[in-house]
Design a protein around this ligand. Sequence first.
Ligand code: AOF
Ligand code: ZN
Length: 366
Amino acid sequence: MARAIQLARKGWYTTRSNPRVGCVLVQIINQETQIIGEGWHQKPGLAHAEVNAIDNARENGHEVKGATAYVTLEPCSHFGKTPPCAQGLIDAGVSRVVCAMTDPNPQVSGRGMQMLRKAGISVSSGLMEQEAKNLNLGFIKRMIKGLPRVVAKTAVSIDGRTAMASGESQWITGPESRAQVQRLRAQSGAVITGSGTVLFDNPSMNVRSTEFTGNPYFEQPIRIIIDSKHQVQPSASIFKNDGQCWLVSASQRELQTSNGASDNLELHQVAKSQDGFVDLEAVLRELGSHGVNDVLIEAGSELLGAFLQRGLVDELQVFMAPKLLGSAARAMANLPFESMSQAINLELKDVRQVGQDVKLTYNRVD
Ligand code: AOF
Ligand code: ZN
């Protein structure tokens, strides 16, 4: 199963909106247990892990009949873009299936294991379950709640500041931290930012590292710009790259897109929250219904503060640079608290050094 989890990781940046899944087929040959086939899921529409493992075993001239399959997720039982893997394993004559976890997809959720058992295959589930869940935290949350998993990233100085009074905020952190942010973007189905960041920093918010873009199956995350006050113009850099962009506001708007904006720009109107801004949970729900498992928030103090205050952030990553920025803006300023009882409490999950910066990872406390 540990090997199957390793294989699943090969699809880390490309399987969305599907889960990352790995499969290992094992056969006893000359009284020794041997791996005869390995497979992983690469991209929606392409074969699932089990089918790839069966093909791999056959390509290597191995007999699959009587083999044991280790799968990081319960084999599917439904016809999606591909036929059911449970049936594929039955047809191949596998005699035992070990799963790490049940598939939270309501179209499957136990039915895959049921199909296998009905066919006389011995089935168990729960081996390395937590490790398998860690492969797909976003997919699991979306299947259960209809909402993507939300990671927010911010860069701060040791005095908790983020931008100079001029609005200048680029390169607070070092190159190692920025490389990690490329990875965070690459593993997300969408990156959310606000109009303020687009106006002041004019970022492209895309994945540029060839470590990711060099993979032919890689797709850019959707860039989401929350623009309640209709301030963003189609000439902004964020619209100039590959991949979809959504410009989101709570009121109807029209755009003159003739001046160079890409045709991958979509306008989305979502519900208004009580304070008259965009209902942020509605944005997440819409992303969930578009198959986005993981969202990254890269926003300034106001929008980040709003997401945090509404309890919508599952994980906060703070990159702290060895700088004192003095009277510059606070990284998460929009928290109008007056007493300790109003404070947002988070749970510290991890601390590590990234170049000259310190990365602090916090989880929401439910
Ligand atoms: C598996 N093995 O490798 C994966 C599974 O549209 P489809 O046919 O690709 O089906 C997608 C669903 O299948 C997905 O939501 C999840 O429930 C399951 N993914 N199942 O047996 C795999 N990727
Ligand atoms: Zn399948």
